[in-house]
Design a protein around this ligand. Structure first.
Ligand code: MLT
Length: 323
């Protein structure tokens, strides 16, 4: 009887799909955040990975590897062994802007990595130190044009989202160069904005929403078609007089190319579950994140978004000053 039961169990195990037999993950997973702690990428990575860890049954450990506009950390992540134990939270900058910005880039976001899915859309705001003279967006535009030799712009390195989105803005204003101050992430840049060390930056909503609400910095406009429900008093660029400045940023997960299918499937499922979790949703929405659609949460949907934005940004960024 015992022999028969064991035989049946073995036969059943053989009949199970490969995914059900897989033990992945058997140890903690490292999620590389290619910027300093406290910035938008870090905030989204920590919210989402905490919940993904529960689904996967193993902890996802966030590791901040900053430098070169996020390309140092992404290079490390997507050139690691494709075993599912190293993944990355990247964004519009590292995945769509970097190829046009760094000709010698050591990774190929279009053909050389495994996308997992989009974690969140992050509307862009033009924000300034509280004491900055311009009162609204029209005054800001006039002031920057008249004082381009004096104005200090903070960003998170060439190729980052803050650099990319302000590069588009400066191109539209006809002031390609300002005094740029590069940081290892917009977390530390925001600290200097709050203390008045720098004048302004273009940043993702998730790290600035609380500061705007608290009145420690000011926001001129959000560069989206609609106001953000998280900051209903902040006008859109269209309402505030600069309708041509429209740009949406986002954050999403990728891994090295060649990842086994069961690891891809489990990571995609864990991300989807995290984004359906009520607590995660509330935390992301309170910070102004736009929740991804079902399609954007898939590897193919996320890959299509990366390519769409790379095609859009490439001509402008290739020609822009890298400072
Ligand atoms: C960060 O997390 O610090 C930002 O995403 C940096 C940026 O790209 O602007």
């Amino acid at each position: 009887m015992k022999t028969l039961a064991l035989g049946l169990a073995a036969a059943l195990a053989l009949a199970l799909p490969a995914q059900a037999q897989s033990k992945y993950p058997e140890r903690p997973i490292t999620m590389i955040v290619p910027f300093a702690a406290g910035g938008p990428t870090d905030i989204i990575a920590r919210i989402v990975s905490e919940n993904m860890s529960k689904t996967l049954g193993q902890q996802i450990v966030v590791e901040n590897v900053a430098g070169a506009g996020g390309t140092t950390g992404i290079t490390r992540a997507v050139t690691a062994a494709p075993d599912g134990y190293t993944i990355a939270m990247g964004h519009l900058g590292t995945f769509s802007a970097a190829p046009a910005t760094y000709p010698g880039l050591k990774y190929d976001p279009i053909n050389g990595m495994q996308t997992i899915g989009l974690a969140g859309g992050t509307p862009i705001l033009i924000v300034a130190k509280k004491a900055f003279a311009p009162k609204d967006l029209k005054e800001f535009v006039a002031y920057v044009k008249a004082n381009s030799d004096k104005v200090n712009e903070a960003h998170a390195g060439v190729g980052s989202v803050s650099w990319t989105t302000c590069t588009l803005l400066k191109g539209q204003l006809g002031v390609p160069k300002l005094n740029s101050v590069a940081y290892r992430g917009t977390g530390p840049a925001l600290n200097d904005l709050v203390s008045g060390q720098v004048d302004f930056m273009c940043d993702q909503i998730v790290s600035v929403a609380e500061q705007i609400k608290a009145g420690t910095i000011k926001a001129y406009a959000v560069a989206s078609a609609e106001r953000s429900p998280a900051l209903p008093d902040v006008p859109t660029t269209k309402e505030a007089g600069l309708p041509e400045y429209q740009i949406e940023a986002w954050n999403g997960i990728a891994a090295p190319k060649g990842l086994p299918k069961e690891a891809v499937d489990k990571l995609v499922d864990a991300l989807d579950k995290a984004l359906n979790d009520e607590t995660v949703k509330k935390r992301l929405l309170d910070l102004g994140t736009v929740l991804p659609t079902k399609e954007e949460r898939t590897p193919a949907g996320f890959a299509a978004l990366i390519k769409r934005d790379a095609d859009k940004l490439s001509p402008v960024l290739s020609a822009a000053p890298k400072q």
